[in-house]
Design a protein around this ligand. Sequence first.
Ligand code: ATP
Ligand code: MG
Length: 565
Amino acid sequence: MRYSRYLIPTMKEDPSDAVVSSHRLMMRAGLVRKESAGMYVYLPLGHKALRKIINIVREEMDNSGALEFLMPELTNADLWKESGRWNTMGPEMFRIKDRNNLEYALGPTHEEAFTNAVRSTVTSYKELPINAYQINTKFRDEIRPRFGVIRSKEFIMKDAYSFDVDEEGLDKSYQTMRSVYRKIFDRCGLATIPVQADTGNMGGSASEEFMVASEVGEETLLICESCSYRANQEKAVFKREEKSGSITGELEKVHTPDVKTIDDLVKHFSAESSKFLKSILYTADGETVMAVVTGDREINEIKLKNHLGCVELELASDDKIFEATKSPVGFAGPVGIKNIRIVFDLSVKNTFDAITGANEKDYHYKGVNPGRDFEIKEEADLVTAVEGDACPECGKKLSATKGIEVGHIFKLGYKYTKAMNFTFLDKNGRPANPIMGCYGVGVTRTLAAVIEQNHDEKGLMWPKEIAPFDVHIVGICKTEEDEKKIAEIYEEIKKAGFDALYDDRKNSPGIKFADADLIGLPLRITVGKSFFDTGDIEALDRKTKEIKRLQRKELVPYLKEFFGR
Ligand code: ATP
Ligand code: MG
């Protein structure tokens, strides 16, 4: 492709709203343009790279035996009502009506649609397993679209749904997808870390996210360097310290006016934060629940929600708190509370002479001891693991890293096939529900993640398999005759099967080199003064910066060696 005939609107300056490298560089190298918040136009160069990722995803999915579908983006509300998610999907789902007032959603995910499509075509165990997938646009009304295409309102996802006759089959499908995902990301030049992820209360039994380590990642991963434990912080568990101690004091009520936060309490009582029991009240599907954790820890609402098995969990209103504790916000504690469900974190039982709210305005208790002053009837892991906590598997210290989630695999179970009454006839001729898994790759987010991982201060550094072109030919000459000679080399490279971007513009060499660095194709071939003087062509490896000087006849063999084709 001749640069002069292509459209690459590179920018010298960083766009003001781009805070992460991938967003900045995708704009500057002319891959995308912003249409409005969370919506992007893929310009030809960006689209070409995206197509390469899509092709890799498609090839690997097809190789695994998965079947490609193309689903409507407009999904009928009836399907969502069947699964019960019309009411639980929340404001992230775009809902619209047609002229006849029929309701639809713009597909944010397609469990219902695929369950429906497969149930209408599969009747017997003989037709299973099936892994059905599509590569299609998803719509999500994200609260905060940001970081360019990393979190947008409209994005491309590969979503796949497996249907198996039994759990063993599901496990096979899941493991197949796990290895397919590794291949996909490897081929994209992306180093990913699979981490254990939250399975929510969907009845799922296993879930892993594929993370790309990055400072701009929105997820926190806890990683054990000594063993293979890797988990999303939402899900991560840790080994609890065995604390020994003894009860020394009596339960004592202390006047604590204006002492509300853990920091205030630490100052007031001059005690460590772990001595305090934080009691937080929630409304879980309408019911008031108290969660009690030690003061040195953050409560993990995902763990709490999973433990309670509720759909909606929110902090209790002041009125509800007063109703349950007979005191205003800031003085709740488990002592003497009988009328509501209380869940204790696993560490609470190991506290001695603790301090907690007295369920009375301006009062706390000290000398609080579990067992003596309140009973632990229900306990669960309710807190967030942090860096330095002990690995649940080997006991060594966990470290924390930020990550971008590019893919997610999930054992869904029977949730959709049961709710939507999808049955097949099993070996014995009896109706049974298939068991499902679902598997997503954020295709557009993957493109951004590749760029996060492959750039320098001058611009992009494309991995070979997904680079929009293989080589960037910079031609530098003054006469038309010389231009013809450069064009011959361009034709020769094309003929040898390499996709070349030939910068034939009349711009200065400085501008051409800067654009070549910014666009970042794997190999830059300069045909300029030294070619016309001595026949030397310069080949620059964008990543290693290594320069080779080649004679014309050496060029194609070198390209073959460089690209391994
Ligand atoms: P996140 O926690 O980042 O919101 P999610 O858990 O909602 O992700 P899934 O529903 O598992 O994501 O979707 C599968 C994949 O789609 C994700 O792994 C991610 O790569 C991609 N993805 C999700 N939301 C977006 C978005 N708003 N913009 C771009 N890609 C997205
Ligand atoms: Mg999301």
